[in-house]
Design a protein around this ligand. Structure first.
Ligand SMILES: Cc1cc2nc3c(=O)[nH]c(=O)nc-3n(C[C@H](O)[C@H](O)[C@H](O)COP(=O)(O)O)c2cc1C
Length: 162
């Protein structure tokens, strides 16, 4: 491979593709399990499908596939600490964020005060190099009337809209 296409330069270039930040949350037996992602993409309108990519070693990816249900919580600029919490690797993230802090919605859990939540069933899973592509079918949406300023991720850092 050309030296210009090494992992750091690929990561750096993709970092210029500015995104929002979401937390994927699933209700495992031991409590909420979640991870921060910015690989969220809408895939299809009819039927409503979205996808995110989970590292092959992501505990959340494995739990989502096992449970078959997950929520996507779109974070506001005021929720950078929530993003930081769910970007951690420790296995007891649920202790810092137990079910009592979550909003219950049928069989799903949601992060309160986000810019909205999409409640999904796992539709399909595809291999994608060192990640898995998890496709969810959107079954319900919880949307606050007006969106707050979003949390933004750009060049490997949190950022804000002017
Ligand atoms: C802004 C941001 C975006 C991220 N996006 C992803 C992503 O799309 N996919 C992924 O697997 N990890 C992503 N991560 C890293 C995970 O949040 C991190 O690896 C986390 O520890 C995974 O937790 P788990 O192993 O408990 O699932 C992102 C981290 C940050 C801060």
């Amino acid at each position: 491979m050309n030296a210009a296409h090494t992992a750091p330069s690929f990561r750096q270039m993709m970092g210029r593709f500015t995104t929002g930040v979401a937390v994927i949350l699933t209700a495992a037996r031991e409590g909420p399990v979640g991870a921060t992602v910015n690989s969220l993409t809408s895939l299809s309108l009819e039927p409503p499908l979205l996808l995110f990519c989970a590292g092959n070693s992501s505990r959340t990816g494995a739990c989502v596939i096992e449970q078959g249900l997950f929520s996507v919580n779109i974070l506001t600029a005021a929720q950078q600490d929530v993003s930081g919490h769910f970007a951690g690797k420790d296995t007891n993230k649920g202790e810092g964020w137990d079910a009592a802090r979550c909003r219950r919605h049928g069989g799903w859990l949601a992060i309160p005060d986000s810019n909205g939540a999409l409640f999904c069933e796992v539709d399909s899973v595809y291999p994608g190099g060192d990640h898995r592509i998890i496709v969810g079918r959107v079954r319900d949406i919880l949307a606050p009337e007006a969106a707050e300023r979003p949390l933004v991720y750009h060049e490997g850092r949190y950022s804000r809209l002017a």
